[in-house]
Design a protein around this ligand. Structure first.
Ligand code: PAF
Length: 277
């Protein structure tokens, strides 16, 4: 496994890859969800590049950029186990040198769900991903379904900008009790952690209602809200049933929809989703 800290080192290592290259962008503090992306990337391609970069531009001033968990040694040891070829660990100055003033902004689908609560978040994500894609020059890139809106926004950006990159979305990896793996789960206290699977339980409840024929989105959201309200510390930011392509809210489920949610449980704001239809 080779490590690049600068863009020029990354490009040199990339130029030595003799076959298709896959790319997994991350913000580090890895968990099995990230490793699953690398496993898939390595299964499909001879070379896998992983980036570790806590991207400042996707955090609002009141968010956790400074305290976001970081442990490069631990990450590198984990990446060795899944046979990562190249790890790119740039500094903020390397990615955003003085005077860097260009943004990539996908309109429309970024205005809903996470975008409503975190207005400039996706502009930071699409800008950094665009830069990383240009630096790594991969043939394919792997994203987790847990960040469903992020995966859709990246797909839209790649299509709209005619980028030559295949995007593979990999199912969410969960803890045994159903909690979606996330680096931010480390913020949960020992008291909060047992309640955290309530998000997944509410998604299962929604799926069960759908299987039994319920198509009224409001009824599904009401049942999910009621279940989550049994956890007093849980504060729902949103639960939405949205069209899978436009991410606009639907009242009646007709085609494929994504039910997504964000719930604050103590310090962390947990997100999860399920696709129905
Ligand atoms: O999902 C993440 O970890 C980040 O949003 C990403 C895609 C690495 C961009 O910083």
């Amino acid at each position: 496994m080779q490590i690049a800290h600068t863009i020029s080192e990354m490009k040199t290592l990339r130029s030595k890859c003799t076959g298709p290259v896959s790319f997994v962008p991350t913000m580090g503090y890895l968990h099995d969800g990230h490793l699953e992306l690398v496993r898939r990337a390595k299964k499909d391609n001879p070379f896998a590049v992983v980036s570790i970069f806590v991207n400042p531009t996707q955090f609002a001033p009141n968010e956790d950029f400074k305290t976001y968990p970081r442990d490069i040694d631990r990450d590198l040891a984990m990446l060795e186990t899944v046979k990562t070829d190249i790890v790119f660990i740039p500094s903020p100055e390397e990615m955003y040198p003085e005077g860097c003033n260009t943004w990539v902004d996908v309109e429309g689908i970024t205005a809903t769900l996470e975008g409503r609560s975190r207005p400039k978040h996706f502009r930071g994500v699409t800008t950094v991903c665009n830069k990383l894609f240009n630096i790594v020059e991969a043939d394919s890139t792997y994203f987790g379904q847990k960040d469903a809106q992020q995966a859709l926004v990246i797909q839209k950006m790649v299509a709209d900008l005619n980028m030559n990159l295949k995007i593979i979305v990999v199912p969410t990896v969960r803890e045994k009790d159903g909690l979606a793996m996330s680096s931010r789960n480390t913020y949960l206290t020992a008291e909060e952690r047992p309640s955290a699977p309530v998000l997944y339980k509410s998604l299962q409840l929604a799926s069960g209602m759908y299987e039994k024929g319920e198509r009224d989105a409001r009824k599904i959201v009401a049942a999910m809200t009621q279940l989550i309200s049994t956890v007093p510390a849980a504060k729902i930011d949103y639960i939405c049933v949205s069209d899978i392509n436009t991410l606009q809210d639907v009242d009646t489920i007709k085609g494929k929809v994504v039910i997504s949610m964000a719930v604050k449980l103590g310090k962390p704001r947990l997100i999860d989703n399920i696709i129905l239809g």
